[in-house]
Design a protein around this ligand. Structure first.
Ligand code: NAD
Ligand code: 3PG
Length: 449
């Protein structure tokens, strides 16, 4: 899908576009801060003049500490260990107290959808420069607070989209044929051959809420199985195939035989589907939620299923999910008729997890060395308050130098500037660093080479 499909309300950093650059990642031996970074190995990065500057504050890759939680894929673990970093892994999400303890001295943290990086946790992170969400969603991170501290956040924007879309296709068929209930009965030794209220999906209407990476992929798959597709999104989007965008959520709810949710968790989408919306859905229709647990009001859904107003539901995500496998799960949906419950496995395939592991770990590595996830060379990275006059001030500081390239971007009150500078001596690098970091708008300044 074109990138215009990424949601405006959750305009997050992607694996190739950090929301903001982080602080110096690793201090030199015996120092508490390391504004100037360079790799210890002889690399392809940097000119002869800048290589001399290594004596300033070299860092050893073995000093970089990375914490990976929630069973991040082995592709990431080995890629990061191959760089010589210290990598600690956990199969589960950590609770707030454990996290505060663990995050203190790590430079990079890798999480999935369950680890909550709250303001309190981020404030305890003394050296954190990068957060890698090894998933699509970033609602588990306080993005605004991370930005204010100059911590970069990456995610993997589409590596598991296909896996989610395929799961939803399977669920449409399963719900339509009441396969969850039939399977359960057979395992209990009950033979119950029924055709009442069991349907083909051909010719039925699928209503997709959120036509982004997943919703649009699903649209194509559903049409290939003979379904008619309607979608609702807050932005006007090009319909794929013969699908049609509708004007309102109500238009979609009243017409669809299957409603499937693919919106991010935002203030607007929380509790988006409650009693009112469920009542608008057709008698006997089905609801699928593989987005975020907070989008659907669970008591209202349980009521609609038990009363028979809905013909069934498939739910992969819940407002409260256990932190690890083997932990107890409870929900009002347990025991509801024709209701498929899955433990947040939408993106859990070998293909998706290994792609995510490669993508986000590469973003980490590029960010640690280059200050961006895009390959470049020597640069000044300046995270600053987004107020008028900053660019002029920096231009003045760099006036006597050869600036090869300059880039700046902003998000709300925070902005990020990168400048590639050539032909500078070690003393000049020190001077640039000092003058830039002393500007009143400074949040974090790094000089990489
Ligand atoms: N179950 C899983 O394992 C799993 C896997 C991947 C993603 N997800 C969830 O699915 C969500 C969607 O993923 P995606 O990759 O398709 O995201 P996306 O950003 O590509 O698409 C989201 C779409 O929702 C639209 N949208 C935003 N707010 C809306 C609103 N209030 N009403 C209607 N439309 C709205 C956006 O405009 C966008 O087109 C993710 O944010 C994540 O939370 C879950
Ligand atoms: O945001 C996502 O990509 C999904 O919710 C998957 O999350 P997970 O990696 O925790 O399974």
């Amino acid at each position: 899908m074109p990138s215009t499909n990424s949601t405006p309300v959750q305009s997050i950093a992607t694996a190739t576009n950090p929301i903001t650059a982080g602080p110096a990642l690793i201090p030199a031996e015996g120092s508490t801060a390391a504004p100037i970074m360079t790799r210890e190995r002889q690399g392809s990065v940097g000119s002869a003049a800048t290589k001399k500057a290594k004596v300033l504050k070299p860092f050893n890759t073995a000093n970089i500490k990375i914490l990976l939680l929630e069973n991040v894929n082995e592709t990431a673990v080995s890629a990061l260990r191959d760089q010589g970093y210290q990598v600690e892994t956990y199969a589960k999400a950590l609770g707030e107290d454990d996290l505060i303890d663990k995050i203190k001295d790590v430079h990079c943290i890798g999480i999935r959808s369950k680890t909550k990086l709250t303001k309190k946790v981020l404030d305890a992170a003394e050296k954190l420069g990068v957060i890698g969400c090894f998933c699509i969603g970033t609602n588990q991170v306080d993005l605004e607070h991370a930005a204010s501290k100059g911590i970069a956040v990456f995610n993997s924007p589409f590596s598991n989209s296909r896996s989610v879309a395929e799961l939803v296709i399977a669920e449409i068929v399963l719900l339509s044929r009441q396969l969850g209930d039939r399977n359960k009965e057979m395992h209990q030794g009950i033979w119950s051959k029924v055709s009442a209220n069991c349907y083909e999906i051909r010719g039925k209407t699928l209503g997709i809420v959120g036509y982004g990476h997943i919703g649009s992929q699903l649209s194509v798959l559903a049409e290939s199985m003979g379904m008619r597709v309607l979608f609702y999104d807050v932005v006007p989007l090009m319909p794929l195939g013969t699908s049609k965008q509708v004007h309102s959520l109500s238009d979609l709810l009243t017409e669809a035989d299957f409603v499937t949710l693919h919106v991010p968790e935002t203030e607007d989408t929380k509790n988006m589907i409650g009693e009112l919306e469920l009542n608008q859905m057709k008698q006997g229709s089905f609801l699928i939620n593989a987005s975020r647990g907070t989008i659907v009001q669970i008591p209202a859904l349980a009521k609609a299923l038990r009363s028979g107003h809905l013909g069934g539901a498939a739910v992969d995500v819940f407002p409260k999910e256990p932190a690890a496998n083997g932990k107890f799960f409870e929900s009002e949906l347990i025991g509801c008729p024709n209701t498929l419950l899955t433990p947040h496995i939408g993106g859990s395939t070998e293909e998706a997890q290994s792609m995510i592991g490669v993508e986000v770990s590469q973003a980490f590595i590029k960010f640690i060395y280059n200050g961006t996830s895009i390959e470049t060379s020597i640069r000044l990275c300046y995270t600053h308050a987004n107020v008028p006059g900053v660019l002029l001030r920096i231009t003045n500081i760099l006036a006597d130098h050869n600036v090869d390239k300059q880039f700046s971007d902003s998000k709300g009150k925070i902005a990020y500037l990168m400048a590639d500078i050539s032909d500078v001596t070690a003393e000049q690098i020190q001077d640039i660093y000092r003058r830039v970091s002393e500007t009143p708008t400074n949040i974090v300044t790094r000089v990489l080479y």
